[in-house]
Design a protein. Sequence first.
Lengths: 101, 170
Amino acid sequence: MTVPLSYYLILSGFVFLTGVVGVLIRRNIIVILLSVELMLNATNINFVAFSEYFHNVAGQVFVFFALTVAAAEVAVGLAIIIALHRAHSSIYIDDLNLLKR
Amino acid sequence: MDHIFFFYFAAVIATTSLLVVALRNPVFSALSLLIMFFHVAGLYVTLHAEFLAAVQIVVYAGAILVLYLFVVMLLSIKSEERYHNQLPVAGLLGVMLCTEVILLFIKSQTSRMAPAAAADPVAGPGNTEMIGEALYSTYLFPFEVASLILLVAMIGAIILAKKDINEPVQ
C-alpha cells in the first residue's frame, strides 16, 4: 500500500508556504535565505514524488540541477550578506533602505 | 508501513520548517533546517531515490548549512548567548558520547571474531546508474551549463566578499 501522491503535494505545499511566510516576516537576512532553502526543498520533494509516481528519472535529474542552483545561490547570497555587513554593520532588512531614501 | 514512515518524516519536516521561521536565534534556525534536510533525505529513500538522499545529506547538510553556520558565527557577534549557558547540555552530551564510544570499543573487541556479512550485489540498473545515464545523455547540455553556473557563482562570491579589489596588498 503506497502513499498517495496528494500527501506529498500537501506536505511540499505546506513547506513552501512556510518558506514564503518566512521570507515575508523575518528581519534577519540569514533567516530569509534559510527560508528560500525551505522553498527549494519543497519543490525538490515535489520533483522526486512525481518522478517516483510516473517512473521517470527526469525529475531526479532536475532535483540535481536545483541543488546546483541552490549551492550557487547560497555562495553569492552569503557573500552579499558579508559585503552588506561590512558596509552597514547590520544584517536586518529594516536598516537597508538606501534606495528608498 | 509506508504510511508510518511517511507520516513520521512529514511531521518532522513540517515541525522543523515551522521552527526555522519561528525561532529567534539564527543558529537554532539553521540547526532545525539541518534536521529537516536529514528527514527530507529519509523521504527520498522511501521514494526510491537513494542517490539523491545521499547527495542531499552531503551537499545540503554537509556544505550549504556549514556555510550558513560559518556566516552566522562570523556576523552575529552581539548575540547574548555565552558558553556558560550551554555548559550542562554540552556536559551531558559529552558524557553520553563518551559512554557510547566506550561501549562500542568493548563490543568491537568481543565480537571481532564474527565474520562480516557479504553484501548482496545489486541486480539490474540501480538508481544512481539511471540518473547517470539520463544526466550524461539527455541532459548533457544542462549539466555543462550547471557547471558554468557554479564557476560564475564561485568567482562572484570571491569578488563580493573581497575587501577591496584595488587595495594594495600589505
